[in-house]
Design a protein around this ligand. Structure first.
Ligand code: 2AM
Ligand code: CA
Length: 266
C-alpha cells in the first residue's frame, strides 16, 4: 500500500528539480545538441538525461514500479504501478529557445491514472492532482472555464508530426471556425491540457499524441471537472493517439463541428 500524499509531494519536488535542470540547460544549448527523430520532431541529449534523472528518483519512490517513457531509456513491462513520463514535453519550443515546455509525470495503478504532475519551469507553474486529493496550481485549487460555445471560445490544438487525411480534415474544420473562435498552438500538449484544466482555455484537441504527452494532463483536467474523450467520444484517449480535452460544456460542439464534421457557413 502506498501513501499517495507522500508520493505526490515527492513527485512534485522531482518534477520541479528536473524542470530547473531543463531551464538551465536550455540557455546552454548548441545547434550540435539537436537531432531529429523525424521531420519536425526534435530531440536532444537533455531529453535523455532528464529522463534518466526522473527514472532514478521515481524508481526509489515505489520499488518494483515500471516505466513507460518518451525516450525509452527503460523498457516498458506491465506491472501494478507504472510511471508514465515525458521528461521534456515541448521539445520543438525548447530547441528554438521558446516556451512553454514542461515535465510531465503520471502514476498508473492497475491501468487507472491515480496521480498527475506537470511542471513548467519558466512560468514556475506546478499543476498537480491525485486520486481523492485536491487539484492544484502552485498549491491553489482551480476549476475549468464556464464558456459554453465555440463562438468566442479560446481553443488550443496541435499539428501531428505525421498528418494523415483525417488529421488534415480536422484542421480544415477548425479553420472553418476562424471567424468566430480564437485558436492557439502553444507546443506542449501537457501544458495545454493543464490550461484547459485551470480555465485559461476552453478546450484542446490533437491527434498523434502518445501516453506520456497526455496521461498527467488529462488526469489533472478530469480532477478539475473537465471532460476528455478520443475522437469517437470514448475513453481511450491515453493510448489511442486521439484527444479532445475540454471544460465539458463546449465538448459536444467541438466533436460535431471540428472532429466529426465541418460546419458550412459558420
Ligand atoms: P514533444 O514535444 O514531446 O514531441 C506539439 O504539438 C505537442 O504535441 C508537443 O507536446 C509534442 O510533444 C506533442 N506530440 C507528441 N506526439 C506528436 C505527434 N505525433 N505530432 C505532433 N506533436 C506531437
Ligand atoms: Ca511529449
Amino acid at each position: 500500500m502506498i501513501d499517495i500524499n507522500k508520493i505526490r509531494n515527492n513527485v512534485e519536488q522531482i518534477a520541479c528539480s528536473t524542470g530547473e535542470f531543463l531551464k538551465e540547460q536550455q540557455a546552454q544549448l548548441h545547434q550540435s545538441d539537436i537531432e531529429l527523430k523525424g521531420t519536425r520532431n526534435f530531440v536532444t541529449h537533455i531529453d535523455t538525461e532528464a529522463e534518466k534523472m526522473l527514472v532514478k528518483k521515481l524508481g526509489e519512490l515505489i520499488p518494483g514500479a515500471t516505466f513507460l517513457t518518451e525516450e525509452g531509456t527503460v523498457t516498458y513491462v506491465d506491472g501494478q504501478y507504472t510511471w508514465i513520463i515525458d521528461p521534456l514535453d515541448g521539445t520543438t519550443n525548447y530547441v528554438h529557445g521558446d516556451t512553454p515546455f514542461s515535465v510531465s509525470v503520471a502514476l498508473m495503478k492497475d491501468r487507472e491514472i491515480i496521480l498527475g504532475v506537470v511542471y513548467d519551469p519558466v512560468a514556475d507553474e506546478l499543476f498537480s492532482a491525485s486520486a481523492k486529493g485536491k487539484v492544484t496550481l502552485n498549491g491553489n485549487s482551480f476549476k475549468t472555464s464556464l464558456h459554453q460555445t465555440l463562438t468566442n471560445g479560446y481553443i488550443g490544438f496541435g499539428i501531428p508530426y505525421s498528418l494523415d487525411d483525417r488529421g488534415e480534415k480536422i484542421l480544415k474544420n477548425a479553420a472553418g471556425q476562424f471567424r468566430k473562435c480564437s485558436f492557439r498552438i502553444k507546443g506542449s500538449a501537457a501544458i495545454e491540457i493543464c490550461y484547459v484544466a485551470c480555465g485559461r482555455s476552453d478546450a484542446y484537441f490533437h491527434s498523434g499524441l502518445s501516453p506520456w504527452d497526455v496521461a498527467a494532463g488529462t488526469f489533472i483536467l478530469e480532477c478539475a471537472g473537465g471532460t476528455c474523450t478520443d475522437f469517437s467520444g470514448g475513453r481511450n484517449y491515453i493510448f489511442n493517439k486521439e484527444l479532445v480535452a475540454s471544460n465539458g460544456k463546449i465538448h459536444q460542439e467541438i466533436m460535431d463541428k471540428i472532429i466529426n464534421n465541418g460546419e458550412t457557413n459558420p
